[in-house]
Design a binder for this molecule. Sequence first.
Ligand code: GAP
Length: 510
Amino acid sequence: MANQEDAFKKVVSHAKEYGFIFPSSEIYDGLGAVYDYGQLGTELKNNIKQYWWKSMVQYHENIVGIDSAIFMHPKIWKASGHVDAFNDPLIDNKDSKKRYRADVLIEDHIAKIEEKINKEIEKAKKRFGEAFDEAQFRATNARVLENQAKIDEITNRFSECLNANDLEGLRQLIIDLEIACPISGTRNWTEVRQFNLMFATQMGSVSEGSDTIYLRPETAQGIFVNFLNVQKSGRMKIPFGIAQIGKAFRNEIVARQFIFRMREFEQMEMQFFVRPGTELEWFKHWKEERLRWHLALGIPAENYRYHDHEKLAHYANAATDIEFKFPFGFKELEGIHSRTNFDLTRHSEFSGKKLQYFDAELNENYTPYVIETSIGVDRTFLAVFSHALKDEVLEDGSTRTVLSLPAVLAPYKAAILPLVKKDGLPEKAREIMDMLKYDFMMQYDEKDAIGRRYRRQDAIGTPYCITVDNDTLTDNSVTIRERDTMKQERISIDNLRAYLHEHIQPIKVD
Ligand code: GAP
């Protein structure tokens, strides 16, 4: 595809055209950074959630899943630190009146310099071919070294400002880097201010005197406040985990990049409770396990990287992100955090209830330490979808758009296509559909020429097309076509179910 921007536009338009994702409230001109999943998007999203749930809950005897409410007691967000510290630094351009996240303006500036380095590398790769040694090139090329030095200097100043919560320092950095507003083109900036990301609402029928409550900005707190309920009712022994999938809400100011940064989104989170002192071992374990989970989807490893946090949140003693190469560059897909005993301790303090565990082996009570794995459903959707979408030139020179989703995630597992709409073929095709639909999500399609129907199924990621032709009526066989190779084979209808089960296996990662 021509370039990153075109590739990303294609992802957004394909998602809409084929019923995966629509802008929310579209007939009213949409609502910023809120999206609806359509008929195919919902299937893909459900399959992603099921893959996560199975590998976390079903395949681990010591992890159980819950579904806590979105509304929670307001004190929870005081205890967790979200009321006081869940902020983004914002800056306004006085001419365009547009508001930006100060940290994002700086990160984008760094990304532009990185882009220059990547261009040099691409050029050199082409020039030197097989003999190209990227590490050596990075260490010796003058232009690369100069740009890398700029990045290092900006990154240092940037982290110092963030660590010291130095808002004036952030503003000065934006001015020194001569960052201009993309709309007005001017550098006429306001002060930087902190803006809390939680949505507040009122509980009760009359707003006067009623309590302000928040839409949860993460699902994790629903797990912490249920720690004792689950541990006691499930007789859980440390180490054990509690998993949850659910909606979270953040009033993101710079909400863009489609479903990458939304105001209403879904998280898949797991809190793993361990003995104090063992948390860094478990952090390493989950860091590796989570990358294995991603790689099991079959997306090549070069699309993922770890980004270890240098600046740790006050409650964490280790943190890393798994970043994915989205169409707009490497960005966070999942976070793995060693959260110490911060959350349970704070909830004990604020609720007055002791949230401790009696370890029979040690004969001792303690507040468990926690390793968290936290991944966005929507970001996983975007990662899988954007990686799968391809335009291919075929041997005969024609092109096709194919969505090479892992079979287990595809919305439909197979399509049943009668070759023509007569001679008893539709009836036979419906018979096969009825035989398979209890095991697999299937689609029946008899409209248009067979070639066009194949293309439609390629575009929505259906891994198998089953064609019923005149011979089917006499030899009880069908043609099955595989999406990626486009290879066709003839198989007996009696073997179809077993064939699909064999080729569409659940992914097993524990
Ligand atoms: N409980 C920890 C937590 O919430 P986070 O890094 O703020 O950590 C975890 O969020 C994951 O949730 C991210 O890695 C991302 O996949 C997803 N996420 C966060 N904010 C999001 C947003 N505005 N839109 C879509 N996904 C988001």
